[in-house]
Ligand binder design. Sequence first.
Ligand SMILES: [Zn+2]
Length: 284
Amino acid sequence: MKKVEKKRQLVAQHLEIFRCPVCHQPITKLVGNSIVCTQGHQIDFNKHGYLHFLKGAADTEYGREMFLARRQLLSAGLFKPIVRQIAQTLPNRALKILDVGTGEGTPLKQLAGFRPGITDYLVGFDISKAGITLATQLDLPAFFCVADLRQLPFVNDSFDVVTELFSPSDYAEFNRVLKPNGQLLKVIPNSDYLIEVRHLLYGSTARHSHYDNSRVRELFAKHYPGSRVQRIRYRFTVPTGLQAALVEMTPLHWGKGIRQLTATALAKLRVVTVDVSLLMARKN
Ligand SMILES: [Zn+2]
């Protein structure tokens, strides 16, 4: 079966979770290469096999090169302990899981790998076409789409779990698409996250050298008073040759006043610190 046909079948399997991005009415039909809402609005599968729910072009600086760099590091296991921890919080039954800001899709693939024998319904979305094009190419029975975080193309009470790694949030939208008592799992960086990269780029005293997540944590706790936080911290050995990709995959290098890195400087990035908080809540 062709990849595009497989993706169409994945959508057809749970057509009831999709809603129209124009009028917010349910999607009720899959006709040929399109899904159609009750008002007759039509969204076509593109040649890659994904649906593009945004009305205009996405405003994003995350290009294909960045996602390819990211895929190299993630495939080498940069975030695997985080994904394992997420998997351990999930019940052992088939779930509908939405991955927010899914990028090129590797974390969702690794999550599926940590749940052998369980057939979850996996959906990932991102605002970046470059990311979703790469994600759709993964050998993974998951459906990916380009969508806006603030206007999710899903009906209310659709998902058991919403996961999110290093992505912005819209808690009202997450609550809308989560089933009652559904789980929200959000990963945010702690101050030592990739500290070695930051020190290399900015020096150890500059403003960008440290990252403060207290505002994000406070906002999360305000939305979800019963939430829990788990710290996940480990050291990751950067595979030889992937030092430049590691710098490329993070938005850190966009900042002003960064140093130009020489090959000698890059070679010093042998081991990096991954230090994050996993914020866990239930829809209330
Ligand atoms: Zn419509």
